[in-house]
Write a protein that binds this ligand. Structure first.
Ligand SMILES: Cc1cc2nc3c(=O)[nH]c(=O)nc-3n(C[C@H](O)[C@H](O)[C@H](O)COP(=O)(O)OP(=O)(O)OC[C@H]3O[C@@H](n4cnc5c(N)ncnc54)[C@H](O)[C@@H]3O)c2cc1C
Length: 276
């Protein structure tokens, strides 16, 4: 197979990861649609090149040299379709910045992902660890995920239920780890107000019946106080997971340490409270 013109060599990735680690990719390809992703995968398979998928580089540590092919699924589009009642289905390409997506939804008055403002990275990576913050997780709104499978080169769609989303966990970190390139996902958001204020200091930072924009701004302000902007100070964010314990264990701990923060876990894999 001939190498297509889109392929670049010796691409510097030091500005493509939030730790600003120096890294050079042997080969690099920004794919603009699913068909290009499939071509890139065929090329890597045919030549036995190791394949690395790169999003916004905010949840990985890059080595000095990445051999093989680094593929960025750059699909850039967002579409909004009215669903049943007050719901709106938002389809988003893997290459859309997550925060840009949240901003676009808040600007349209759509509730559901405002608590996930300012999470770095691209939309395509969001299902992999079921991103979450301030009491909301992607699993609360995810409808489906589309991907190209590295084994058959075909496009597939998984419903949210089949993605086995858990606390920073999904099928993409387990059975499908390193097997798929996510190209597109769909979320169900709503025009109806549904503020989620139960986590941390959020309720103290907004009015009694906050508007969507107010919550979005509060989340952005809280996050900016807590974590430096990786563009100014390279960092990996919080890289620990809160322990998930049984309800009885959480009750014991809360008795012993009355100030211990403790929240119910919202994801299906465990209904136990999370401590931390
Ligand atoms: C300052 C900071 C704050 C953060 N805060 C949060 C937070 O509040 N909540 C939270 O959940 N996370 C948080 N994170 C972690 C990170 O933002 C998320 O995990 C994000 O989803 C990673 O997206 P990315 O595009 O940067 O992925 P990358 O780092 O580029 O990739 C991560 C992994 O996913 C794979 N991957 C990426 N895109 C695709 C794709 N399209 N198809 C298949 N595989 C793919 C990569 O191969 C890699 O294994 C934070 C990180 C930082 C640096």
């Amino acid at each position: 197979m001939r190498e297509p013109a889109a392929l670049e060599y010796a691409r510097d990735l030091s500005r493509a990861n939030t730790m600003a680690l120096p890294c050079v990719a042997e080969r690099f390809w920004c794919a603009r649609d699913s068909a290009e992703v499939a071509v890139a995968l065929r090329l890597a398979n045919a030549n036995d090149w190791p394949l690395s998928v790169l999003g916004g580089g905010s949840n990985l540590l890059l080595p000095a040299h990445l051999v093989g092919l680094v593929l960025v699924p750059e699909l850039p589009d967002i579409t909004f379709t009215s669903g049943e009642g007050e719901s709106v289905v938002v389809e988003v390409g893997a290459g859309v910045g997550w925060h840009a997506l949240v901003t676009a939804c808040v600007e349209r008055g759509l509730w559901g992902i405002e608590n996930l403002a300012l999470i770095p990275g691209l939309a395509g990576a969001a299902p992999i660890q079921n991103i979450g913050a301030y009491g909301v997780e992607l699993s609360d709104v995810l409808l489906w995920v589309e991907f190209v499978d590295r084994r058959d080169g075909q496009c597939h769609r998984l419903t949210s239920a089949s993605c086995a989303l858990g606390y920073r966990d999904s099928v993409f970190k387990r059975e499908l780890a390193n097997q798929v390139v996510i190209t597109r996902l769909a979320l169900r958001l709503s025009r109806r107000a549904s503020p989620q204020l139960g986590y941390g200091v959020l309720a103290e930072r907004v009015s009694k019946r906050p508007e969507l924009q107010e919550i979005f701004s509060a989340i952005c302000a809280i996050r900016r106080e807590k974590l430096p902007d990786p563009r100014e100070l390279p960092n990996a964010g919080s890289f620990f997971k809160n322990p998930v314990v049984s309800a009885s264990r959480a009750a014991q701990l809360a008795q012993r340490y009355p100030d211990l923060p403790c929240y119910p876990s919202s994801t299906a894999r465990s209904s136990w409270p999370r401590v931390g």
